[in-house]
Design a protein around this ligand. Structure first.
Ligand SMILES: [Zn+2]
Length: 157
């Protein structure tokens, strides 16, 4: 759809992995007040609105990808929690948010879109920088994870 921001790749979001059906991006947070290191989004390529619009193999493909991203974020960043969210109220094009969360982050234990809890001290900036420094490891780990999954599905002759 011409007016849909998810139908086309949207720089400056960085594509970490893609195939014909979906892409994984590292969300650009450079203009955000609150940063969540490693915040990724899995975006279905076709302009599809709901999960139940996908056929069974597409559903598996999408959720495998979401869970691979989740696993990689856990391995690389070791957050206290991962938040998975598929809302699409603003942009009704199927996508999942995969958000590493820490108890010391600005919004914990609320959703990142909520008003941050009042009186919570800001996360130590050195800690945020240390987490951001690990973000570059997400892409190679994700590629490795996807290859492992592909190999597991390839019949051995
Ligand atoms: Zn779209």
């Amino acid at each position: 759809m011409a007016d849909c921001p998810l139908c086309l790749p949207s720089p400056p979001d960085r594509v970490l992995w893609s195939d014909a059906q979906a892409r994984v991006i590292l969300v650009d947070q450079s203009r955000e007040q609150h940063v969540f290191p490693g915040f990724c989004r899995v975006i279905w390529t076709d302009h599809t609105q709901e999960m139940s619009d996908l056929n069974v193999s597409e559903r598996y493909h999408l959720m495998d990808l979401v869970l691979d991203v989740e696993q990689v974020l856990r391995t690389v960043l070791q957050p206290d929690k991962i938040n998975l969210a598929s809302l699409g109220n603003v942009v009704p094009h199927l996508h999942w948010h995969i958000i590493p969360r820490w108890q010391d982050d600005s919004h914990f234990p609320d959703a990142i879109w909520a008003t941050p809890p009042t009186g919570k001290p800001a996360t130590n900036s050195a800690i945020i920088q240390a987490r951001l420094a690990l973000v570059s490891r997400i892409q190679p780990e994700l590629v490795k994870q996807r290859l492992k999954r592909q190999a597991a599905r390839t019949p051995i002759c």
